[in-house]
Design a protein around this ligand. Structure first.
Ligand code: GAR
Length: 216
């Protein structure tokens, strides 16, 4: 009698945060509810020891790591993060309010496997304070974008976007809050789309070794 070894496993997500972690929670809930099929959140990494998102990840039983920059170069810091992700066989990296630019070495090692969410309709308003930039420019519509990360700041191929109207009398706080509601829906949709299209996953079709990411 032969033994069948089932190598199928869920796609392993690593989430990088720096703060509140509400998008991380939205992803965790989407995985839990099956809106991101055949996936698990394997680790949440923060570059800030006091990030509020760390406690939210722990509450959900997700492993957390704090990897601070300290006095190291960007490349050294990123190397430690990459090693932690590699040790956990991470397939897809989601930046969720990770407020640090990644080194080209890191991006190269995980090219096409790093997603970011940004609170504007990119390419408009990259960088910090995207909602404030939108108000200052007087745009009538803004929104949020999930995109692949490349070497350019808040650029890289766009996966999905959601439009949010700017209301008369909007403040940075009120506009940010309305955009955030859309972010929490958009990010899980984009992750599910990427897993299905890039990694060949869909509901009822778990990941096999053949789909695993190998570094070039
Ligand atoms: C989110 O609005 C996200 O789009 C933004 O930071 C916030 C993080 O909130 N990211 C950027 O501006 C990236 N350039 P969260 O920690 O509650 O998810």
């Amino acid at each position: 009698m032969s033994t069948v070894v089932n190598t199928a496993r869920p796609a392993r997500l690593g989430i990088l945060i720096s703060g509140r972690g509400s998008n991380m929670v939205a992803l965790a809930e989407a995985v839990h509810e099956g809106r991101i099929p055949n996936a698990e959140i394997s680790v949440v990494v923060s570059d800030q020891a006091n990030a509020a998102g760390l406690a939210k990840a722990k509450e959900r039983g997700i492993e957390t790591l704090v990897i601070e920059r300290r006095r190291r170069t960007r490349a050294e810091h990123d190397r430690e993060i990459a090693e932690a992700l590699r040790a956990r066989n991470i397939d897809l990296i989601c930046l969720a309010g990770y407020m640090r630019i990644l080194s080209s070495e890191f991006i190269d090692a995980y090219r096409g496997r790093i997603l970011n969410i940004h609170p504007s309709l990119l390419p408009a308003f990259p960088g910090l304070d995207a909602q404030k930039q939108a108000l200052e420019h007087g745009v009538k519509w803004t929104g949020c974008t999930v995109h692949f990360v490349d070497e350019t700041l808040d650029s890289g191929p766009i996966i999905l976007q959601r439009v949010v109207p700017v209301d008369e009398g909007d403040t940075v706080e009120s506009l940010s809050a309305r955009i955030l509601i859309e972010e929490h829906q958009l990010y899980p949709e984009a992750v599910a789309l990427v897993l299905e299209n890039i990694l060949g996953l869909s509901a009822g079709q778990p990941m096999t070794e053949a789909f695993e990411f190998t570094e070039s």
